[in-house]
Design a protein around this ligand. Structure first.
Ligand code: PGA
Length: 228
C-alpha cells in the first residue's frame, strides 16, 4: 500500500524537515511526500521517500520554469506526480504532454504517479468510462509506474467518491493498464478505511489531509491496519 502526500503549493523549506521527521511509516505502507520544488532538498535528508509534483520531458534545455528528471534524481528525489488535474486545468497539460513527461521520467529512473479522472460534467453526462479510456489511451504499463484515479469533482471539495465509484473506476483502469492504482480526492482519516479496503484500491494520493501530521499519520495507520 502506498500513501502519497501531495503538498501542492504549500509548505516552505523551513517548514519541511521537522514535518517529514515526524511522519511515521507503519509496516507494509510506503509513505511518500511530494513537496514543492524549493522544499525538496529539505525533505530528502530526512529519509522519507520524496517525489516532485511535475517533471519535464527533456534532460535539459531552454525550458524556463521547468525541472528535469535528471535534476530531480541528482537531488535525491525518487519520483514525480505527472498529469495532475490542476496541471491539466491551469497549465494546459494534455494527455500527450503528460505522457511525454512520464515516459522520460521513467526512462531516466524516476518513479511516476500518473493522474487521471473525470470532471463533474463528464460524470453527470455518463462519460466517466469514455474519459478514462481516452486519458489512458496514451499510457502503457511500465516498471515504476503507478496510476492515481482522481475524480476532479472530488479534489479539494470535500466530496469523496463512494467506495463503489472508486472501485468501479479502479477496476477499469487496471483492466486497461494493469498497474497499481491510488485513489485521490478528499481522502481524510474518516473515509480512508472505506476507500482503502476496496480490492482494486492500492493506496491514496492525499492533498489537504497530508498537510497536517495528525491526519496524514492517521491515514497511514489506517492503510497499515487494512494491509495486515
Ligand atoms: P485533496 O487533493 O485530497 O485535497 O482533495 C488530492 C489531490 O489533488 O491530489
Amino acid at each position: 500500500m502506498l500513501i502519497a502526500g501531495n503538498w501542492k503549493m504549500y509548505k516552505r523549506p523551513s517548514e519541511t524537515a521537522d514535518f517529514c521527521r515526524a511522519l511515521t511509516a507503519p509496516d507494509g505502507v510506503e509513505v511518500v511526500v511530494c513537496p514543492p520544488f524549493p522544499s525538496l532538498h529539505e525533505a530528502v535528508p530526512t529519509g522519507v521517500t520524496v517525489f516532485a509534483q511535475n517533471v519535464h520531458w527533456e534532460s535539459e534545455g531552454a525550458y524556463t520554469g521547468e525541472v528535469s528528471a535528471e535534476m530531480l534524481l541528482d537531488a535525491g528525489v525518487q519520483g514525480s506526480i505527472v498529469g495532475h488535474s490542476e496541471r491539466r486545468q491551469y497549465f494546459a497539460e494534455t494527455d500527450e504532454t503528460a505522457w511525454r513527461r512520464a515516459t522520460h521520467a521513467l526512462e531516466a529512473g524516476l518513479r511516476v504517479i500518473y493522474c487521471v479522472g473525470e470532471s463533474e460534467e463528464e460524470r453527470e453526462a455518463g462519460e466517466t468510462g469514455d474519459v478514462l479510456r481516452r486519458q489512458l489511451g496514451v499510457v502503457e504499463p511500465r516498471d515504476g509506474l503507478v496510476l492515481a484515479y482522481e475524480p476532479v469533482w472530488a479534489i479539494g471539495t470535500g466530496k469523496t467518491a463512494t467506495p463503489e465509484i472508486a472501485e468501479g473506476a479502479h477496476a477499469l483502469i487496471k483492466e486497461v493498464v494493469g498497474v497499481p492504482v491510488l485513489y485521490g480526492g478528499s481522502v481524510k482519516p474518516e473515509n480512508a478505511e472505506d476507500l482503502l479496503s476496496q480490492p482494486s484500491v492500492d493506496g491514496a494520493l492525499v492533498g489537504g489531509a497530508s498537510l497536517e501530521l495528525e491526519s496524514f499519520n492517521a491515514i497511514c495507520q489506517t492503510a497499515a491496519r487494512i494491509r495486515s
